[in-house]
Design a protein around this ligand. Structure first.
Ligand SMILES: O=C(O)CCC(=O)C(=O)O
Ligand SMILES: [Fe+2]
Length: 391
């Protein structure tokens, strides 16, 4: 059997596994936390969940409940003076290239006028707004329990660095190009108002869309055919969607829509994140391999990795060690760890630590292999030893 036969067989098996999948619609609280954890988070499978926005203050403050549409006036009163990031959906390419900052009142003015004069062809989309960070005292939503095992935002909040918690506001017709999420993270998204249409592709399906430069098309709709396995699902007001790690997706606002979106990582996908970081590092190393005998080459690769991936080995090691320290401390003192509600049980924390230990061991291997300086390997070894003592 040739390697390519093996790959074909693998791909056929992956296809078979996914082709039986239906994207389930479940009711919030109809599954226990551990059932949800096992069936979706651990299995890396998508689902739609109803009623996730129940009791969010945003429902009454941001939505005209009679018309079931955004309450533009009230939004303007509350946030008019905020600065917000906006992209242009007419731009055929990476929308992030044309992101600009404007006053929220300007955006609302555009949105309301667009709805009144239906002819306005410009489609602007307010994306990746760190509203929670901008207004920490405004409790406009709370994280649904199913999504609370979130190391990425736990770390970002503890360290007061940029988090991965966003508000999206888009007129009907706005959309997000084909992509997989940062760091191969999970995402969840909940519609405060409006309707989104999602195209979701199981891991591996995206490969057939790569062009000869290694780029993906922004709009995948033109490239779909009978050989492509994908799911199309509608997310209505009040519903949340769980987007698994490494699943490419494209998203369309079918009506004026406001959503809350988080990217998140925990013990179920931390390995994907770490693998993805190392894959990116290999690409960087390969790209400048002709200079690898130059002084500081490995450190330079780390700088490039930072720019390309958003984190280098040092950043990642700090992140994991912080998560490890908190959990070790929790086991020692009995003081629990939480991100939102509820707090995690001891068994959850111990399982986190088991995964963390595997990752710490891999980090040591990658640092040693490259002889990277400025790493406190002793402190990593100490953590590994302390975690080993628990098992
Ligand atoms: O809602 C959108 O436009 C994009 C959301 C998304 O890509 C995500 O939540 O991962
Ligand atoms: Fe996404």
């Amino acid at each position: 059997m040739t390697n390519s036969d093996k790959n074909d067989n693998n791909e056929t098996e992956i296809k078979k596994e996914w082709s039986d999948l239906q994207i389930p619609r479940i009711k919030m609280d109809s599954l226990s936390y551990s059932e949800f954890f096992n069936e979706y988070i651990q299995s890396n499978k998508p689902c739609i969940i109803s009623d996730v926005t129940k009791n969010w203050p945003a429902n009454s403050e941001w939505v005209d409940q009679c018309k079931n549409e955004p309450n533009f006036k009230n939004l303007n009163v509350i946030y008019g003076d905020a600065l917000v990031p906006v992209v242009d959906c007419n731009f055929d390419g990476d929308q992030n290239c044309c992101k600009r900052t404007m006053l929220f009142s300007e955006f609302i003015n555009y949105w309301e006028n667009r709805n009144e004069e239906k002819g306005l062809s410009l489609v602007s989309y307010l994306k990746d707004w760190h509203l929670r960070k901008q207004r920490p005292c405004d409790p406009f939503y709370s994280v649904p329990e199913y999504f609370t095992s979130d190391w990425l935002n736990e770390y970002s909040l503890d360290r007061e660095i940029d988090d991965y918690m966003f508000v999206y506001m888009g007129p009907k017709g706005s959309w997000t190009p084909f992509h997989a999420d940062v760091f191969k993270s999970f995402s969840w998204s909940a519609n405060v108002v409006g309707k989104k249409r999602w195209l979701l592709f199981p891991p591996g399906e995206e490969k057939q869309f790569l062009d000869s430069f290694g780029n993906f098309p922004s709009d995948i709709q033109k490239h779909l055919n009978n050989n492509v396995l994908y799911y199309e699902v509608i997310q209505n007001t009040g519903e949340g969607i769980f987007v698994p790690s490494g699943w490419y997706h494209q998203v369309f606002n079918e009506e004026d829509t406001i959503s809350i979106n988080h990217n998140w990582v925990n013990r179920c996908n931390i390995e994907f994140m770490w693998r993805s970081l190392i894959d990116n590092l290999h690409s960087v190393e390969d790209e400048i391999k002709e200079f690898n005998s130059t002084d500081g080459w490995s450190e330079h690769c780390q700088l490039m990795l930072q720019a390309l991936f958003g984190m280098n080995i040092d950043d990642f090691a700090n992140f994991i060690q912080h998560i490890a320290d908190k959990r070790l401390h929790s086991i020692e003192t009995g003081i629990s760890v939480s991100f939102g509600q509820p707090t995690f049980r001891k068994i959850h924390i111990l399982r986190d630590l088991k995964t963390i230990n595997n990752i710490l061991n891999s980090i040591v291997i990658e640092i040693s292999r490259r002889n990277l300086q400025n790493f406190d390997l002793k402190s990593i070894y100490k953590k590994i030893e302390n975690i080993n003592k628990l098992f």
